[in-house]
Design a protein around this ligand. Structure first.
Ligand code: CP
Ligand code: NVA
Length: 329
């Protein structure tokens, strides 16, 4: 069966950790590989992107595959062709498709109608590729995940949703502080609480930024107005001000806490410039790790994560390709 990556819990906890282990190996050995030789991978972006788009394109090339970058305006989707028909056609050409869009439902339709893995490169609901890099970065600096406290301050948005699920799946104590009315949606908090019970972590949602930050090992924030919410920017500045990651928040956290931000950042809005550019910030490593974790994710979805450097097997190719094909096709 085709495995997709639509939300963090498209992967089991075990698969998530295996992808992180593979990402560590790929980071340690950045040599170009041929695992995805013969694979064309579509990338459809309906919103701007620096990190996700470039890191996926580079990841596909470094694994020997061929990225096919598309804007929805270039596709017949923009003229009314259905998502399901698009999925059926893409499945005849491509080995996987990476999509950044607004709602989560088009991804589910693509996944349901097509026969290739669909990867969520950000929706309004979730950003599961981002949190793979976040977890790799936390492990890199802290050595482990389970038992750590992660404090997320700000909007209960796509990034917060994915962090809640990923943190809980890996046994972290995740505390989210958001202004009233901007909390993560209860359905996501409920799923995260279930994961936390199963994996030994906890989930806290509060309006008090210092409660969330208290003794945190990891302090995380994201923009206050996400893509598509630009008109709300000025109103949100006032409301979110107490949630800025600044010196008071950093004093509440552990002295050895690291600071993460998915980027792009707005200095002196959601994060003080002195914190973003300070010693505890690891955001540039976090951005680099988008590349390694997405390479690992592609290998997991397309080859089962096996090392294919000896050329024993070729990763997913369209059905009639004249090579030995894995059983999922
Ligand atoms: N963090 C992130 O997804 O960045 P981009 O929007 O630049 O891809
Ligand atoms: N929450 C932000 C994340 C950007 C990577 C947004 O959706 O714009």
């Amino acid at each position: 069966m085709t495995q997709h990556y639509l939300t963090v819990d498209s992967l089991s906890a075990g698969e998530l950790l295996a992808v992180l282990d593979l990402a560590d190996e790929l980071k340690a050995d950045r040599r170009w590989r041929e695992d995805l030789h013969g694979c064309s991978i579509g990338m459809i972006f309906e919103k701007p992107s620096t990190r996700t788009r470039i890191s996926f394109e580079v990841a596909i090339r470094e694994l020997g595959g061929h990225p096919v970058v598309l804007n929805t305006g270039d596709l017949q989707l923009g003229r009314g062709e259905t998502i399901e028909d698009t999925a059926r056609v893409l499945s005849r050409y491509l080995s996987a498709v990476v999509v950044r869009t607004f709602a989560q439902s088009p991804l589910e339709l693509l996944a349901g109608a097509g026969s290739i893995p669909v990867i969520n490169a950000l929706t309004d609901f979730s950003h599961p590729c981002q949190v793979l890099a976040d977890l790799q970065t936390i492990r890199e600096y802290k050595g482990h995940l389970s038992g750590l406290k992660l404090a997320y301050l700000g909007d209960g948005n796509n990034v917060a949703h994915s962090l809640l699920r990923a943190g809980a799946l890996t046994g972290m104590h995740v505390a989210v502080a958001s202004p009233p009315g901007y909390e993560p949606i209860p359905q996501v908090v409920g799923v995260a609480e279930r994961h936390a019970r199963e994996h030994g972590g906890t989930v806290t949602v509060t309006a008090d930024p210092l409660e969330a930050a208290a003794d945190a090992d990891v302090v995380y924030t994201d923009v206050w107005a996400s893509m598509g919410q630009e008109v709300e920017h000025d109103a949100r500045l006032l409301l979110f001000r107490p949630y800025q990651v600044g010196s008071q928040v950093m004093q509440a956290a552990r002295p050895d806490a690291i600071v993460l931000h998915c980027l792009p950042a707005h200095r002196d809005e959601e994060i003080a410039a002195s914190v973003l550019d300070g010693d505890q910030s690891v955001v540039w490593t976090q951005a680099e790790n988008r590349l390694h974790t997405q390479k690992a994710l592609l290998l997991h979805l397309l080859t089962g994560g096996e090392d294919q450097r000896d050329g024993a097997q070729t990763a997913h190719l369209p059905a009639d390709a004249p090579v030995r094909t894995p059983s999922r096709w």
